[in-house]
Design a protein around this ligand. Structure first.
Ligand code: ZN
Length: 616
């Protein structure tokens, strides 16, 4: 019995062992075991990958997953490596970048990277490029391809790289921009975004411009720091002192950082840098008015700095450039506005400060005494700066200089439809002349006063005020002598003495004259040295001394281009003018000086020739 039992037991044990063996054999057909893996290259690849990257053995379930997919080819070797290095488990190890590189090289090529490879890839990893790019590169390395062949698995490659991993040169460049401009490392999101811009067709110049003009850079840095950074990034070599100064000067002249960037982007050095890095150079599109005309902007900047003692900001300059471009009298307006600012009046407190500043800015040099003597005289006698300024700007030299700066002052201004020149002889005489000026002033109306030289000293305040209001002072001889009885020399003396007297108060020489009584002959014509202005409407105010008569004479006969004769000696004339001026304005007339009338009618008046009206 005991023996029988023993045999039966032995049978059961043997049967069990058999069943277990069958089971195990059957099992190995479904799930590969480590026992088999020792000789299975796919299994050894899985083991080695886990060991190198995660420093552990894979669990059974994961092993099965990898084995099935690697064996069937639905996952490649590089795909598995990518998957493991992207896992939380791998990233939580926080390997230094060097160590990560060593692990990947060891796993995929069987050896450590060369010094050169290490530095290339370290540079990648430190500039926003991911490990996937390294895996992608190594997946085509001959060692890896061969190793995979031996293991019977597909090396594969990474099919969907992020934008930042697609072109390392671009990512490196963008990473450098962040360091240079913002002083920090680029983030992953930024790297993808900025590389994306490149891939959308923006060139390096656009990206550089975006950074250089960003508030966090531009407002935090001085001009020379901005230039240093731009040159360092765009030329990829240390800039010479000359180059730095050249671009600093541009910024100093008022153009924007974008303009400077656009200029550097045109250099061969920049193009070479882009070619060496294989990146699109691109170009900067300039949008600010101050960047459209360098000479004009430089001039306006000099103007502002010299007149106000500080540099204009970009917006102010844009405004001035627009004004200057839009309107031929625009630059004159800008100049007047700047010079009438309180800061300017304080900065240029003396007449000489004022005149020197104006001439230096306009012509780039201090004026010689002869040029500014008259302006000095006028200013010292109460001629306003504004009036002196418009005299200075009447000089053809001013227009010539402006055109050098790209400023056109010659575009036809709108010519008034009807113009008329009121003229007053035989003054000045304060009680009457001042009333006439009072009547003109509210309308910005101008008139011409043909003064008698020997009266000017007594009533100089009239001459000064008339000049300041934009009126013209004409020459009506020294002592109201009829010129037709005089010799040529005496005629010239009569005219010159009066002109000298006017100049001694206003600093401005008369350019038109009226012969006494309107009478002239060939001797007079040959010696007056100015156009002779007669009249087309004679009010006979001196004869009738009746305001209504004067009013009627003017208003009943007036035509475009008329020259009206009156005398600023009679109260009745002043009273008439108080009615005539508003009535003419109401009727659509613009009241101008004789010289302005000639200009509007495009008549170049000649010396010694008589003019009765100027109708064009
Ligand atoms: Zn007279």
């Amino acid at each position: 019995m005991k023996r029988k039992t023993n045999r039966a037991l032995r049978f059961v044990v043997r049967l069990s062992a058999m069943l277990i063996t069958i089971g195990v054999l059957a099992g190995t057909c479904l799930i590969p075991s480590r026992v088999r893996a020792k000789t299975d290259p796919t299994a050894s690849f899985i083991d080695r990958t886990y060991d190198v990257l995660l420093g552990k053995r894979v669990d059974g379930e994961r092993f099965g997953y990898w084995y099935r997919n690697l064996a069937s080819g639905s996952i490649s070797a590089s795909g598995m490596i990518d998957n493991l290095t992207s896992s939380m488990e791998f990233t939580s190890k926080k390997y230094p970048k060097e160590k990560t590189l060593d692990l990947l090289f060891e796993l995929m090529t069987g050896k450590l990277p060369t010094e050169e490879s290490r530095s290339t890839y370290l540079n990648y990893l430190e500039n926003g490029i991911s490990i996937r790019r390294v895996i992608s590169d190594l997946s085509t390395a001959p060692e890896f391809v061969q190793l995979c062949q031996e293991d019977g698995i597909r090396p594969g490659n990474i099919d969907s790289l992020e934008l930042r991993d697609k072109d390392p040169q671009i990512t490196l460049f963008v990473g450098r921009l962040f360091r240079e401009f913002y002083g920090r490392e680029i983030t992953t999101a930024e790297a993808n975004e900025w590389c994306g811009r490149f891939m959308d067709g923006q060139g390096a110049a656009q990206l550089i411009n975006t950074m250089a003009t960003s508030p966090q850079f531009a407002s935090e840095h001085s001009d020379d720091e901005i230039i240093d950074t731009l040159l360092s990034v765009m030329m990829d070599r240390p800039a010479s002192q000359g180059e730095k100064e050249q671009y600093e000067e541009m910024l100093g002249n008022g153009v924007s950082i974008s303009y400077v960037t656009s200029q550097i982007a045109k250099t061969q050095d920049y193009k070479n840098m882009c070619a060496a890095k294989g990146i699109l150079p691109g170009e900067v599109v300039l949008t600010q008015p101050r960047d459209t005309n360098y000479e004009m902007t430089s001039f306006l900047t000099r103007l502002y700095s010299r007149f106000l003692g500080c540099r204009p900001d970009g917006e102010a300059l844009n405004e001035y450039v627009l004004k200057t471009i839009e309107n031929p009298s625009g630059v004159r307006t800008v100049i007047r506005d700047l010079l009438s600012a309180p800061e300017s009046e304080e900065l240029l407190s003396s007449d000489d400060d004022f005149l020197n500043a104006v001439f230096e800015v306009f012509y780039g040099q201090t004026p010689d005494a002869g040029t500014i003597d008259g302006y000095r005289i006028g200013l010292s006698n109460g001629i306003t700066r504004a009036r002196v300024l418009s005299e200075i700007m009447k000089d053809p030299a001013f227009d010539a200089k402006m055109s050098e700066y790209g400023i056109d002052t010659h575009i036809d201004t709108e010519v008034p439809e009807k113009v008329i020149a009121l003229t007053f002889d035989d003054g000045p005489y304060t009680p009457v002349t001042m009333r006439i000026l009072d009547a003109l002033e509210p309308y910005g109306a101008h008139a011409t006063f043909f003064v008698v030289g020997n009266r000017v000293g007594n009533y100089s305040e009239c001459v000064i005020r008339a000049t300041n209001l934009g009126c013209e002072i004409g020459d009506h001889t020294w002592n109201h002598t009829s010129l037709t009885r005089l010799s040529g020399d005496a005629v010239a003396t009569q005219i010159r003495d009066c002109a000298d007297k006017v100049y001694s108060y206003t600093g401005i020489r008369p350019v038109v004259m009226r012969p006494v009584g309107g009478s002239y002959n060939s001797t007079v014509s040959a010696n007056v040295g100015m156009p002779m202005i007669i009249w087309s409407i004679d009010t006979n105010d001196w004869k009738y001394r009746d305001s209504q008569h004067v009013i009627n004479e003017v208003l009943n006969n007036v035509r475009d281009g008329d020259i009206v004769l009156m005398h600023d000696l009679y109260e009745t004339t002043a009273t008439a003018v108080e009615t005539i001026v508003p009535a003419l304005v109401e009727a659509g007339y613009t009241l101008v000086t004789v010289s302005e009338l000639a200009e509007y009618k495009q008549t170049k008046m000649e010396s010694g020739k008589a003019y009765f009206s100027l109708r064009g």
